[in-house]
Ligand binder design. Structure first.
Ligand code: UDX
Length: 446
């Protein structure tokens, strides 16, 4: 099939490259000329394992092209996929201006029947809005499809090539059938729905996963008070097939380009139809508060006084294996530390450049490696569970920190890792593993 994908962000780029990998002829379109040139030259503007190799391979095979020329791409394609960004507006609603613009430009380029699929996460009713924008500008026929995307950053290629399910929201049987054919090699679980249900399904899925995370984070907070270990609680819960183990890892809360944005958007969507989504509001609030759990622990150790303390931060990305720092808990945690007068030494293996471009330098000392960040610090906070942090030599780490205080915001270290050390250690919801009694701590604190 001939496919155009508009937007080379995470979703668009990964989808376009993977459709080419399936043997289709794909043109990826973006307005950003520099980005397109990078892609044409074999580069990839995002950090995503395995993606660059697939891009180079499929470009060389003549199945994949990158261009800024939307008209030419659309003219040659029977399927046009919109995968542009839908960032949050200040009130939490999704900003649809990029979607609208894509729709208008597609309409202007229509030269025959097309299937227009929306892969961006969009509020219920957006596919109709796209249809209306196109219909009012062209007499050419087209079918609308809602084609939500469920890939995760860091495992985007794997998730796209081996998805749990494909959802196709369609208003015409023939278009649905063509899209089923397109995705049949990927999975047998293809759910065909009406368009509005597909749009809702995407938000509901992300909101549910975010709810699981906030739920286990609240259980973790209670575990800390009653002396239970949340990792054991989650493990036992997860064996119940109705619950499952996934997304029950307690920590400093979810971040990234999807969960924060989509939960806020769904609250707004509900609000527009006079429904208050109370549960989801609480999920968002719990997540916001959870980011401060690292700070609360530091403050309790240092008797509320962070002024003048040197705090090492390991991890800036919102999760490992990505350079994405959007809505990363590290942003607020570092901001708070700096406002409290602490000196921050930070390191992330991949995301440092992105973090600096959003955050600026604002008093943070950026380090070349993990040990440099930890050297001479009064405490170390682990905020992203990159492998290199999880497998750090804790004895060496203890020797280079000024005070052996370790706050593990991701429950990355195990009891056995800590056994040979004398860290003052705090994680999330695991009081059993906390090491360092108040007296020892007092001795450590100036
Ligand atoms: C998510 C969805 O998983 C994906 O289906 C959707 O298409 C886009 O949003 P992504 O944002 O890439 O994907 O990351 P994901 O791996 O889901 O993690 C999201 C956040 O939740 C991260 O900050 C992660 O650290 C956090 N998380 C995840 C937890 O705190 N605990 C968990 O158990 C799982």
């Amino acid at each position: 099939m001939n496919i155009t994908v508009i937007g080379t962000g995470y979703v668009g780029l990964v989808s376009g490259i993977c459709y080419a990998e399936l043997g289709h002829r794909v043109v990826c379109v973006d307005k950003d000329r520099a980005k397109v040139e990078t892609l044409q030259n074999g580069g990839i503007p995002i950090y995503e394992p395995g993606l660059q190799e697939l891009s180079v391979k499929n470009s060389a095979a003549g199945r994949l092209r990158y261009t800024v020329d939307l008209r030419e791409a659309v003219e040659q394609s029977e399927i046009v996929i919109i995968a542009v960004g839908t960032p949050s507006l200040p009130n939490g609603e999704a900003n649809l201006s990029y979607i609208d613009q894509a729709a208008i430009e597609i309409a202007q380029a229509m030269n025959g029947h097309k299937i227009i699929a929306v892969k961006s996460t969009v509020p219920v009713g957006t596919n109709e809005r796209v249809g209306n924008l196109i219909r009012s500008r062209t007499t050419e026929r087209f079918d609308s499809i809602s084609l939500p995307e469920f890939l995760r950053e860091g495992s985007a290629v794997q998730d796209t090539m081996h998805p749990d399910r494909i959802v196709i929201g369609a208003d015409s049987e023939s278009a649905a059938e063509l899209l089923v054919q397109l995705h049949r090699p990927l999975t047998e679980h293809i759910v065909v729905t009406d368009i509005r249900s597909a749009e809702m399904l995407k938000y509901a899925s992300n909101a549910f996963l975010a709810t699981k995370i906030s739920f286990i984070n609240e259980i973790a907070n209670i575990c800390e008070k009653v002396g239970a270990d949340v990792t054991l609680v989650a493990e036992g819960m997860g064996y119940d097939k109705r619950i499952g183990h996934a997304f029950l890892k307690a920590g400093i809360g979810y971040g990234g380009s999807c969960f924060p944005k989509d939960t806020r958007a769904l609250i707004q969507i509900a609000g527009h139809v006079d429904y208050e989504f109370k549960l989801l509001r609480a999920v968002v609030e719990v997540n916001q508060d959870q980011r401060m759990s690292v700070i609360r622990k530091l403050e309790s150790i240092f008797d509320g006084e962070l002024q003048g303390k040197t705090i090492a931060v390991w991890g800036l990305a919102f999760k490992p294996n990505t350079d994405d720092v959007r809505e990363s808990p590290a942003l607020e945690i570092i901001q708070y530390l700096i406002r409290s007068g602490a000196h921050v030494k930070a390191y992330d293996p991949i995301a440092m450049r992105n973090f600096r471009s959003i955050y600026g330098d604002n008093g943070v000392m950026w380090c070349d490696d993990a040990l440099e960040a930890a050297t001479g610090a009064d405490a170390l906070c682990l905020l992203t569970e990159w492998d290199e942090f999880v497998h750090a030599d804790l004895k060496l780490l203890q020797s280079i920190l000024r005070k052996p205080i370790l706050i593990d915001g991701r429950n990355a270290f195990k009891e056995a890792d800590l056994a040979e050390t004398s860290f003052v250690y705090y994680s999330i919801g695991r009081p059993r593993l906390n090491q360092g009694v108040k007296e020892e701590m007092s001795a450590l604190i100036d």
